[in-house]
Design a protein around this ligand. Structure first.
Ligand SMILES: Nc1nc2c(ncn2[C@@H]2O[C@H](COP(=O)(O)OP(=O)(O)OP(=O)(O)O)[C@@H](O)[C@H]2O)c(=O)[nH]1
Ligand SMILES: [Mg+2]
Length: 611
């Protein structure tokens, strides 16, 4: 009952075509025997082995490049009905990259039009304050210049501005906007019923078929909205008539960001993670595709009850199975990644993670420092896969190399489910020794962005380490503001103003990083038993040894070492505990001779490696 053009144009994505009335998820969920899940997994594992290896490499030192020019739509590339079911997720996601689609009249269209809807929820601020009060929780971190709670919420216009950028990045054209101020959002349809009608008119007027909400809609709200926008279609289906209209898609913030992720994922791991997140997102929303059948079964009674319900059951099971397979694949990739991370840890080089709001200039800074050519683009979420490089920080000959990791950008109201999907980034950030927080100060909302990032980091328990604030893009400010920020940065802790594009302030950046790294080293005075030779060599490798003495019970060592080693060696410590804590809490020390001798440190490492 489905016209071939419908199958062709349907995309396995949240931003699909108007005409794709075929339940979209059916096109990529596998048609292999359902009951033999283990066989499915084994088979997948076999042909993935090589990919895992290459991914490990890619995430360690290289980036995977993909030629975007090759994504042109070509009729011969469109899968036929029979092959559609056997596509693997790589193919599916590659297909997402091409933004062409075929409309109901069989014409190729390039850009999808959409309407943007935003609500100013007047209760949000109150709720936030109440929640904080109830939790009895102060700000989970103590940093100067951080926006206080009551000012951290983005205004409606700021939030919509960001949505416009996201819509553009996703490849859509925003042709109209609707806003509403509400004391409380409507629990059923999010906006009021009058606004739903207004939106419908606007959609018809512009011939748009997508409506984007600047919110995280519940599955119930999404369904209610879809039902009211698609009343005619549902009626036609019910009557068995063929309507003219295309289906109106209701998309929320999460779906939009997921679609961008799907378009930008380059490595296999990134793609798997996006695929998993997409499935998790769709699982509770599955029913919408079958609205008309559900109705049939309810209204029709005996004889009509079967198909709708059982098909829904099957689809739910398929999605569940797919999620299990994806999770197990991701687990394997993560094991590889963990091994690489261990390898990195063994080098003893400090690990710095670049974090920050999307588009802040993280990749640009990494590029400037490494001239390595990581993709940096003027679009949101350009980077999706963590990339680590060994960097000799320029300008400081005495400084040893560090490992620098580029990570996926954050965005306000980032759905938790999405954060969880990007476990790799999470882990990189958690394992880092120092966080480099890149902030785009040319963006008027930069203080709120900074706050949003700190909130996400705090929720990830990742703020237990020094955070370097990099006030980036000062070249875009007028001279006065730039000077003011530079002045501020000079006085604030671990803060520096730079232009990653032009390289202004990078020397200062390096000294601030050095300052942060010194916070990581703690003095120890230990007697390591002779049986623990490996611990002694760890101290030599990663620390700065001042005194060594071979005593009857073990090797006496006085040194400055990374905190992790100090913790491990605590049992052999000769410093009484209270005193140790004191010296830990003022890691910079007061005496000049406590300064780390970076030259010696660097030399020590190199000679260690040369052996
Ligand atoms: N003028 C100016 N532009 C900059 C500067 N730093 C970065 N940019 C631009 O900002 C845009 C985003 O930079 P990216 O490095 O891709 O940002 P990112 O933080 O890696 O972004 P995501 O990977 O999307 O999270 C690019 O167009 C850069 O050229 C700067 O110091 N000055
Ligand atoms: Mg980037």
């Amino acid at each position: 009952f489905v016209h071939p053009s419908v199958v062709k144009s349907g995309r396995a994505t949240t931003t699909s075509t108007c005409s794709g009335r075929l339940p979209l998820h059916r096109q990529y969920v596998t048609k292999q025997p359902l009951d033999d899940l283990t066989a499915l997994m084994d088979e997948d594992d076999d042909n993935d082995d090589n990919d895992y290896n290459s991914i490990g490499e890619a995430s360690f030192y290289n980036v995977d490049y993909m030629d975007d020019d090759e994504q042109e739509l070509d009729d011969t590339d469109i899968p036929t009905t029979t092959t559609v079911f056997n596509r693997d997720e790589d193919e599916m996601l590659t297909e997402l990259e091409d933004r062409f689609y075929i409309d109901e009249r069989g014409q190729r269209r390039q850009v999808e039009k959409c309407i943007l809807v935003g609500v100013e929820d007047l209760s949000a601020k109150r709720k936030l304050q109440k929640a904080r009060r109830q939790a009895g929780q102060e700000m989970p971190y103590d940093r100067p210049n951080v926006v206080p709670d009551e000012e951290m919420l983005f205004t409606l216009q700021e939030s919509l501005g960001e949505m416009r950028e996201l819509i553009k990045t996703a490849g859509m054209d925003c042709v109209g906007e609707i806003t509403q101020r509400l004391q409380e959002v409507n629990p059923r349809t999010y906006v009021g019923s009058g606004k739903v009608l207004e939106a419908q008119e606007l959609l018809e007027q512009h011939g748009a078929c997508t409506i984007v909400f600047d919110a995280e809609l519940t599955p119930g709200q999404q369904k209610a909205l879809e039902n009211s926008f698609n009343k005619k279609i549902i009626q036609n289906d019910f009557l068995g008539a063929d309507g003219e209209e295309g289906e109106i898609k209701v998309i929320d913030r999460t779906a939009l960001i997921l679609d961008i992720f799907a378009q930008h994922a380059k490595t296999r791991e990134g793609k798997l993670q996006v695929d998993l997140a997409l499935h998790e997102y769709r699982k509770p929303r599955l029913t919408r595709m079958w609205t008309h059948l559900e109705r049939q079964s309810g209204a029709g009674g005996v004889g009509l009850r079967g198909p709708g319900e059982s098909q829904l059951e099957i689809d739910k099971r398929l999605i569940r199975d797919r999620i299990i397979v994806l999770k197990s694949k991701i687990d394997d990739v993560q094991k590889q990644r963990a091994m690489h991370r261990q390898g990195r840890a063994r080098t003893g080089l400090p690990i710095l993670s670049l974090v920050g709001y999307t588009n802040a200039g993280k990749s640009t800074l990494l590029n400037y420092l490494t001239r390595a050519g990581v993709m940096a683009e003027s679009m949101l979420f350009a980077t999706l896969d963590p990339t680590t490089r060994k960097v000799q920080l320029p300008g400081l000959k005495t400084h040893p190399s560090v490992m620098l990791t580029d990570t996926v950008g954050f965005v306000q109201k980032l759905p938790t489910q999405l954060v969880a999907a990007f476990r790799a980034t999470l882990e990189e950030v958690q394992e880092a020794d120092v966080l480099i927080h890149v902030i785009d100060v040319s963006n008027p909302t930069w203080e709120k962005q900074e706050r949003a990032v700190l909130d996400v980091l705090a929720s990830m328990n990742a703020l237990d380490k020094p955070v370097v604030r990099v006030l980036n893009k000062i070249d875009l400010l007028d001279a006065e503001s730039a000077e003011y920020l530079q002045y501020e940065a000079a006085y604030a802790d671990l803060t520096v103003a730079v232009s990653s594009l032009l390289g202004d302030g990078v020397t200062d950046f390096v000294s601030v990083v050095e300052e942060a790294l010194q916070e990581l080293m703690v003095p120890i005075e230990v007697e390591i038993p002779y049986s623990k030779g490996d611990e002694l060599s760890a101290v030599h490798e990663q620390g700065h040894v001042e005194v060594v003495d071979y005593r009857p019970n073990g090797t006496y060592v006085m040194a400055r070492v990374p905190r992790s080693i100090a913790n491990r060696l605590e049992q052999y410590s000769l410093i009484p505990k209270e005193q140790q804590q004191q010296s830990n809490s003022s890691p910079n020390g007061t005496d000049d001779d406590e300064e780390i001798d970076w030259v010696a440190l660097g030399r020590g490492r190199h000679s260690e490696r040369d052996k």
